[in-house]
Design a protein around this ligand. Sequence first.
Ligand code: UDP
Length: 327
Amino acid sequence: MKVLVTGGAGYIGSITAAELVQAGHAVVVFDNLYQGHRAAVHPDAAFIEGDLRDTDAVKRLFQEHKGIDGIMHFASFTLVGESMEQPLMYLRDNVIAGSNLLEQAAAHNVGRFILSSTANLFDDPQTMPIEPDDRIVPGSPYGESKFFLERLLHWFERIYGMRYACLRYFNAAGDTANRGEDHDPETHLIPIVLQVALGQRDKVIIFGDDYPTNDGTCVRDYVHVVDLAQAHMLALENIQDIGSRKYNLGNGNGFSVLEVINAARKVTGHAIPLEVGPRRPGDPAVLIASSTNIREELGWEPRYPDLEQIVSSAWEWHSAHPHGYAK
Ligand code: UDP
């Protein structure tokens, strides 16, 4: 298939684009390089630098790359905390970017659309692990922007027959040998912990240890980025047959912040000093995904469900690239 990957120079997008290339698909990457890195784009993928908020750029993209069969839409502002400070970056920009993309996708009869969605749709879950049909209560403008895109897809299927999958990632983590997580500023737990092991930070600050969990720190469902990439490919290949779907993607196991730090101590051999700080606004105590429906319907089976494996794959990339893509 010919697949357009927006945000294909970013962390999850670049790794998925590389998996697509390796599986024999023709890949077009569109990215504004705001958080993405040119060096992360697989050399066999076509690369276009551009911004989805620019309607003319999106039109040109589809004129120059005819015959796109499917789209994976990773490009987005992605931080819950930032969205609480700058809501319009999310409620306006993420929504405009997605709308421009969908407008051209429908005009060019693209039949398959895979959306990067989020666990932040579930701020008040009724069950744990969280089922994909649990009630949606966006936890932030970020979550709301993804919910709006999910709703747009609902209508684009009704009106234009576009098949879609909404993939709600829980905590994407881990790296591959050639591509890894490199954000500026870095806010995610595992890369921050590894920066301590690399001597780039003195300590990790734990955002609160008074949550109602076993050790008082927040529990998250860490899922390897390569397993996420596989879920995207399975969804792309199957939605025409099975219909549009919403999947929560995680391993179904929760690990606390302290457990992550302990895994990193073991993997790196570094003491990784820590300090307990205040809670981070918007952090729920526990987020664990139920991925039963994608396992049953598409046979998705995470290959790297083990926390130590996930952390050690990240350590391999970060220790080989201590300054990320900048080298
Ligand atoms: N966290 C932390 N210290 C940090 C970064 C993150 O204690 O420096 C915690 C955070 O409160 C959350 C978990 O680690 O409970 C995972 O956070 P991350 O930002 O990686 O992902 P999120 O859960 O926000 O998607």
